[in-house]
Every structure is written in C-alpha cells, then in structure tokens.
Design a protein around this ligand. Structure first.
Ligand SMILES: Nc1ncnc2c1ncn2[C@@H]1O[C@H](COP(=O)(O)OP(=O)(O)OP(=O)(O)O)[C@@H](O)[C@H]1O
Length: 332
C-alpha cells in the first residue's frame, strides 16, 4: 500500500544571511501492507506531518521516492488522492453549511453521484455515531463529533487507505477512547488500511499493529508494539519470597534468565525478555528448590520505555539534544 525509499524533504527557512536548510525528513524508508494499522510516532518537530504531507501529495519530496496505493506521489498525484482519505491535524474547514451537506458535496468532488454520496454519508454517520447530526452545523458539534465528521469526510469516497494526522489531539479521555474504537473499526469492519501519526504512546499501543518511530527526520525503530517492548528492556519480574533464607536461591534462579538481579528485603527483581514464556519454568524451578513465594508480579515495559531507549530521551522531553541510537534488532 505504501512504499517509500530514501524519502527526504528539506525546507528553506529564513531570509538573506539567516537563510538555512531544515532537513525535516531525512532518508525515510517505509512499507505498509494492505490491512495494517501503522502508528507513526515521534516528538514535536520529528518530521511526522512532513512525511504525511509527502505521502498524501501535498508536498513534493526533495529526494527519494514513494508509491501510495500503487501510484507515484510525485508524478501520479491525482491517482494517489483518489485512492486515499486524509484527516489533517487541523481538521476539515467547514463552510457553515449542515454537516450532511458538507459530506455530500465532498463526495461529489470525488465524482460520486448525489444519491450515492447521500447513501454513503448516511451509512458513515450511523457507523461513526453521528446519527441525528446530519442537519447540524459542524461549529455546533463537540470536539469528538467534529473529529468523527472529519473521518466521515475522509471515507466518503471509500478509499482503501486513510491517513490520520494526530486524530485525537485536543480531545478529552472519553472522546479519545471512543474515537479509538472507531479507528479500530475502520480496519476490522471495513478493511481500511490506516496510517496514523500520534505523539501519544498509549494511542499507538492500543491501535497499531506496527509502530514506526521517527526522530529528527529518521526512522529509528519499526516493529510490533510487543516486539519493540521486548527488544528494549524486557519485562520486569518481581518475586517476593517467604523467608530471608530463600532470597539467595531465588536470586540465583532468576539470574539464570535475567541479565541482572536486584534484591531489596525479600523482593528479588530482574528483567527477562519474554516473561510469559520464561516465568512458568522459573516457578517450577523455584518450587523444586524449596522456595515458596508470597507474590509474583510481572510489569511489562511501556512504549515510553521504548522511546527512551531508541532516542535517548523521553517523548515528553523533546528538546533534549541527544543523538538517536539505533536499536539492534528493531531498526528497519
Ligand atoms: N514550512 C516549513 N518551513 C520550514 N521548516 C518547517 C516547515 N514545516 C516544518 N518545518 C520544520 O520541519 C521539522 C519537522 O516538522 P513536522 O511538522 O514534520 O514535525 P512533526 O513531527 O509533525 O511535529 P508535530 O508533532 O509538532 O506536528 C521541524 O523542525 C519543523 O520546524
């Protein structure tokens, strides 16, 4: 569905002596297959929107190539646009007409007949919980309703691929969760491929089959959320043993599967690559060695841990100037 090689874009900013080049996207390679939901993640200014604008033909690459839905973004822009839906960060600009009329006009711009546009629009209003809002002006809708209307606009011509640029930014937690259900439904009920940018780790974790992390214009990691988490730090296994005498045995046993083990009081902790696989064997081993446990806790790493590892800084601390580190095994 999407194939990009060496995709780059350099902006020129400033004038005269202050003129300088900004390499917003720097040699991006990416592939998205049909039916995937891909989360494109990175801090402010990482190059997400610029990449998205290139892939949706709103901006020409200054180097590299990309095909979207089989068409070249530079030389076949019209065909690309017909094949995709796009929800920009700012949303659609609405004219002040009724929501339903906006949607029908939008469909007719794509060459749909009025009758087809009305039928498809009404189906999408139902699907995205906008029933009864056909004759409501978008300016009188809630933030969540407006974002869902943006998605209706993006889907009116039945594209097989939609681009969503930070779809839930500015929404309250309930409206975000509700929109997540709808985005997940795009793929599961309509078979639509989704490419979405976000700087919310939880959003990417919930929605995406695969995550691409971009930092300073470069892709620094690409994998499933689970693999990224496993490759970065492993799951934290925290064993609480019943007596002081059992601490040393538990430390040795956990040490056979964890890189390093910490002990505090009767707690013995270590990170293991895949706790789900390793823990049953560990429990048998401990049992055979006469160790009884008061409790066992397995804490999975978050995508925030992943981001910290691949970029050397926290997603929220976007300004810290540390060079991106390549992650063995997860870089594309
Ligand atoms: N029109 C422009 N002229 C000059 N520089 C630009 C322009 N648009 C973007 N940039 C710069 O390119 C870099 C990437 O910007 P981009 O908007 O793609 O990042 P982003 O990851 O989408 O960030 P955000 O999450 O804030 O939307 C930034 O350094 C930005 O300042």
């Amino acid at each position: 569905m999407i194939h990009a090689r060496g995709l780059s874009h350099t902006f020129q900013s400033g004038q005269g002596k202050n003129k300088k080049d900004v390499l917003a996207v720097d040699g991006v390679d990416l592939d998205v297959s049909e039916g995937e939901v891909v989360g494109f993640l990175g801090p402010n200014g990482a190059g997400k929107t610029t990449t998205l604008r290139i892939l949706t033909t709103l901006l020409k690459p200054t180097a590299g190539t990309a095909t979207v839905a089989g068409y070249d973004v530079a030389s076949q822009a019209v065909q690309v646009r017909r094949s995709i839906g796009y929800c920009s960060q700012v949303g659609s600009t609405f004219s002040g007409a009724y929501a339903g009329d906006e949607v029908v006009d939008h469909g007719m711009l794509y060459g749909m007949s009025k009758r087809d546009a009305v039928a498809k629009g009404q189906e999408l209003f139902d699907r995205l919980q906008l029933e009864g809002l056909w004759r409501r002006k978008p300016k009188n809708m809630s933030g969540g309703q407006k974002r869902r209307l943006d998605i209706v606009m993006a889907l009116i011509h039945s594209p097989g691929l939609v681009f969503l640029d930070e779809p839930t930014t500015g929404l309250d937690p309930q409206a975000r969760a509700n929109l997540w259900d709808h985005i997940a439904g795009l793929r599961s009920t309509q078979g639509v491929t989704v490419f979405l940018t976000t700087h919310y780790m939880d959003e990417a974790d919930v929605l995406a089959d695969r995550i691409l992390i971009i930092d300073k214009g470069r892709i620094v990691a690409s994998d499933t959320p689970d693999n990224l988490k496993a490759a970065v730090s492993g799951d934290l296994v925290d064993l609480e043993v019943a007596t002081d005498e059992q601490v040393a045995v538990a430390r040795d046993k956990l040490g056979t599967i964890a890189d390093s083990v910490e002990v505090s009081d009767r707690h013995v902790r270590g990170r293991v690559p895949r706790a789900g696989k390793a823990v049953p064997g560990l429990l048998r081993d401990l049992d055979l060695s006469g160790v009884s446990l008061e409790s066992i806790e397995v804490v999975r790493p978050t995508l925030d841990d992943v981001f910290l590892t691949v970029t050397g800084r926290s997603l929220r601390d976007a300004e810290a100037a540390t060079e991106p580190a390549q992650l063995e095994g997860v870089t594309p």
